[in-house]
Design a protein around this ligand. Structure first.
Ligand code: IMP
Ligand code: MG
Length: 200
């Protein structure tokens, strides 16, 4: 083998969505958001940390004036016993009453996090609350959440990259992919994620 250092891309078994495919789709979503929200007072809410890469690219394809804000949440959810209990780690910086809120998420899985967030924000009397997600795993849904904007529907597989992590790694991959099996084997739990406290 070469003497090159091991890269995060070396840990990826299969690229599911190339950087080019993502770029094209994000541009399309930006155009749709620009058209749908023209003339409205809109606030894009990035759900940290997973959505930060998507958010950064999406806003540069939005051509109307928008405000941006961030929230950070942790969800206690297990594959078998999803509680839907979400803790707000960082709330919005400013009020949203009367604004059109668009929640920007990395992925909707069980939907429990978004279901909670949507209700939480709706209580503050915004003009509307909608959801824009890069990825959607509809097979895993437990809460009644249908994203208003979705980049890609994907099968029930754990994916990383373009903001999405496994144990805080791989967020900086420019594409979305599936890690090699040895990645799961390396960690102490020997388990595919989602059974622990995770930052979304
Ligand atoms: P939900 O409440 O089950 O919809 O949780 C969604 C959160 O779980 C996302 O914001 C992600 O942080 C995390 N998540 C779910 N599926 C994946 C995945 O395939 N890769 C990385 N993170 C994931
Ligand atoms: Mg995560």
């Amino acid at each position: 083998m070469s003497g090159l250092p091991h890269t995060i891309a070396d840990d990826i078994k299969q690229v599911l969505l190339s950087a080019e495919a993502i770029e094209e789709r994000v541009a399309e979503l930006g155009r749709r958001v620009s058209a749908d929200y023209a003339g409205k007072d809109v606030l894009l809410v990035c759900v940290l940390k997973g959505a930060m890469v998507f958010m950064a690219d999406l806003i540069r394809h939005i051509t109307i004036p928008v405000g941006i804000d961030t929230m950070a949440v942790t969800s206690y959810g297990a594959a078998t016993v999803s509680s839907g209990v979400v803790r707000i780690v960082k709330d919005l910086d400013s009020p949203i009453a009367g604004k059109h809120v668009l929640i920007v998420e990395d992925i909707v899985d069980s939907g429990l996090t978004l279901n909670y967030l949507r209700t939480y924000l709706a209580n503050r009397k915004p003009a509307s609350v909608k959801v824009c997600t890069l990825l959607d795993k509809p097979e895993r849904r437990e809460a009644p959440v249908t994203p208003d904007y979705c980049g890609f529907e994907i099968p029930n597989l754990f994916v990383v990259g373009y903001g999405l992590d496994y144990q805080e790694r791989y967020r900086n991959l420019p594409f979305v992919g599936i890690p090699h099996d040895y990645v799961w084997a390396k960690d102490s739990s020997q388990d595919i994620p989602d059974s622990t406290l995770q930052e979304v």
